[in-house]
Design a protein around this ligand. Sequence first.
Ligand code: GH3
Ligand code: MG
Ligand code: MG
Ligand code: MG
Length: 316
Amino acid sequence: SFLDGFKNYIDRFELVDFADEQLKKAKIAVLDDNSLELMIIKKIFELNNITNVDYYNCAEELLNQMQAYSLYLIDFVLPSISGEQVILELRKKYKYALIIAISAIDNQKIISNILSSGADDYITKPFNENVFIARLKANIRTFLLLQELKEKNFELERMVKIDGLTSLYNHKYMYERLEEEIQRARRYDKKLSIIMFDIDKFKCINDVYGHQFGDDVLIKISQKLKSEIRQSDIAGRYGGEEFIIILPETGLQDAYKLAERLRKSISNIKFKEKNIKVTISGGVAELEKENALKLIGKSDKLLYKAKENGRNRIEK
Ligand code: GH3
Ligand code: MG
Ligand code: MG
Ligand code: MG
């Protein structure tokens, strides 16, 4: 693809050079039934040091081979199958390929068909070498910008639901997800439990060993948490040093077992340099008739009961 060495290409000046480089590296397929036309294109590419190109004079041959190209140049007027058909087929298979049609000049009907078939652009014959190459580069630039926006958007979507320190889900996500999971549990008549836990005497840990060490404790506990739960369980950082786990299709007893296992394994975490033991207290609640807020309240009350009963324990 055109994504090699991807960085901040919203900078349009850098983008020009990068698109030039990408065109030289790209895997390109050219389809034209006229071998003279193919030779002309080959000549233009060679003069511009663009060498990673395969040439096809038969549409079926291109469509039947397995490898994907970054850029397709497709002659629109072909003997056995329409260029439109070829482009539609390619587009179905390669959503993110750049597809550019080649067509004879001045045929408005053909040009409108080309663009409607899903081609990204068209270049008219006879070719002017400079226009031909410039047109390809311009298309690659647009393509790269779109790729970058897509990547950024993906990262933003991740950021709004993930806690930056621990990489667990954040409060907002956990609350919304709990509402969804409750609906799902009701709809399919399944059990659902949650575990809420809080680090014991965490203020002391911060005060004695420093805030930085406190952050490390939060990270280590989160890693342990992730390694102990199943794929279908959902773990989040609900507040400063408070965590919540949603356990779909899990009843109170199994949730309690998991919470106990977690409590023990967290108390066994070794912290380099500091020979300390960090413990948690937790509350486990199973869904009955309540909504998300009430279910969280139920586990929170049990968590405080665990604190009252001496900490380093789970209540259900
Ligand atoms: P308890 O056993 O009753 O839970 O005592 P505790 O000291 O853990 O409870 P408290 O709520 O008094 O203290 C929580 C502390 O967690 C206070 C706050 O400074 C600390 N904290 C919250 N978020 C963070 C964080 O992101 N990093 C660090 N290092 N500390 C945090
Ligand atoms: Mg032709
Ligand atoms: Mg605490
Ligand atoms: Mg707390």
